[in-house]
Design a protein around this ligand. Structure first.
Ligand code: SF4
Length: 405
């Protein structure tokens, strides 16, 4: 979203997103409500030490809270930490991030997945710089009007960075509340009720610590499969623990997964060691990221027709044994991979470019494309694996050799 679009959205008060206040009136907690002071006392002793968290008594930086919350969407803490630290080193403030080229941000994000987040991150930084003088607003409604900030992230920033009484509810917190109240209604229909119940137990003071305590309980104790109820500060108040069926909550509807899609990817290797790449369209799946040329990805893909979409009409295309598999949120993908060696003078087709193999690790290649290129380069070198960081193909663990090109 552009700054102008963000400005329009701001005037609309974030139209299209339902503010928490618009939900139905609060209802009573079913049975005795869990006591926030018990959770906060537990948090004071057992809080996780995370790089974006201020130490007790330290001022909280809204930029760090926002950056971490965006990165943590659909992503584990372990995967996020190195990215967070690299971003903070490269762009120590929201103004610095706003001034960075989008391409640099996409490259730094490569490998973290869900790439719309990176584009929104950059758009949001620009909007904060242009509309708020480089300072994040503290009101949930104003935060929600910024690109990439939905109900959860707005509430998390308001509570953690600005000590507002707000209740962020993500998947972890949904699980904890659904178990505490033993909510029979399945997700996602139960979400509004879960949000209301979470808001009911949020204390007027230390709402940020309360939110982070809930996040910690969800991540470390009230885990999806085997909750460690014996370690939980709220075990006495938990309805599902009392009933002995905590693992069955939250209730979920039967799973539906999108139809599998298939396609072909083309890894063209020039004799001077360069690889042919292109940039995906700015919007949609993997928008703005880098890829090798591919066919369309469809359920009825026919490998016999694949070479009609190859970037060069050469007979040198050779199909690499095996396929590259990747699971996106809405569908699983299987790509067969073709490789061709071409002459050093070969020009890149329109919209494509040659990139030195040593520079591949700096490209905004999403995980699926890293797998494709690694699969092709390892096959060309007659090896089992290709490591981007060292630009080497590995024969077997512990032995490496330069791959051929
Ligand atoms: S008692 Fe068990 S199920 Fe209930 S909130 Fe704590 S860890 Fe989760």
């Amino acid at each position: 979203m552009s700054v102008a679009a963000a400005r329009r959205s701001r005037k609309r008060g974030g139209a299209g997103r339902r503010p928490a206040a618009a939900e139905a009136a609060p209802q009573a907690w079913p049975g005795p409500a869990p006591d926030a002071t018990v959770l906060l006392a537990w948090y004071d002793r057992h809080r996780r030490r995370l790089p974006w968290r201020a130490a007790p008594g330290e001022a909280t930086d809204p930029y760090r809270v926002w950056l971490s919350e965006i990165m943590l969407q659909q992503t584990t803490v372990k995967a996020v930490i190195p990215y967070y630290e690299r971003f903070l080193a490269a762009w120590p403030s929201v103004s610095a991030l706003a001034a960075a080229p989008l391409d640099s941000v996409l490259k730094a994000w490569a490998g973290l997945g869900y790439y719309a987040r990176a584009r929104n991150l950059h758009a949001c930084a620009r909007a904060v710089a242009a509309l708020h003088g480089g300072r994040f607003p503290s009101e949930e409604a104003e935060l929600r009007a910024l690109p990439g900030i939905g109900d959860y992230t707005a509430a998390a920033i308001a509570a953690i960075a600005f000590a507002r009484r707000a209740t962020p509810v993500d998947g972890n917190i949904e699980r904890v509340v659904a178990r505490l109240a033993r909510i029979e209604e399945p997700l996602p229909a139960a979400k509004p009720r879960i949000r209301r119940l979470a808001a009911l137990i949020t204390p007027p003071r230390r709402a940020g610590d309360f939110a982070q305590a809930l996040m910690d309980i969800g991540a470390t104790i009230c885990t999806p499969r085997q909750p460690a109820c014996g370690l939980c500060p709220w075990s006495a108040a938990c309805a599902a623990r009392r009933a002995g069926d905590a693992g069955d909550f939250p209730r979920k509807p039967p799973k539906t997964r999108g139809r599998p899609r298939r396609g072909a990817a083309f890894v063209a290797l020039r004799a001077d060691g360069k690889v042919l790449l292109r940039t995906r369209p700015g919007h949609g799946l993997l928008g703005g990221m880098t890829e090798v040329p591919t066919t369309a990805w469809t359920p009825d893909f026919d490998a016999a027709d694949a070479l009609a979409d190859a970037p060069f009409p050469t007979r040198r295309w050779r199909q690499v044994p095996g396929t590259v598999s990747h699971v996106f949120t809405h569908f699983p993908l299987a790509l067969c991979v073709f490789v061709a060696q071409v002459a050093a003078r070969t020009a890149a087709p329109a919209g494509m470019r040659w990139i030195a193999r040593e520079a591949l690790s700096q490209e905004a290649l999403p995980s699926v494309m890293r797998k494709v290129v690694a699969h092709a380069l390892a096959a060309e070198a007659g090896c089992e694996n290709f490591d981007f960081a060292s630009n080497r193909a590995q024969i077997r663990p512990g032995i490496v050799k330069e791959s051929a090109h």
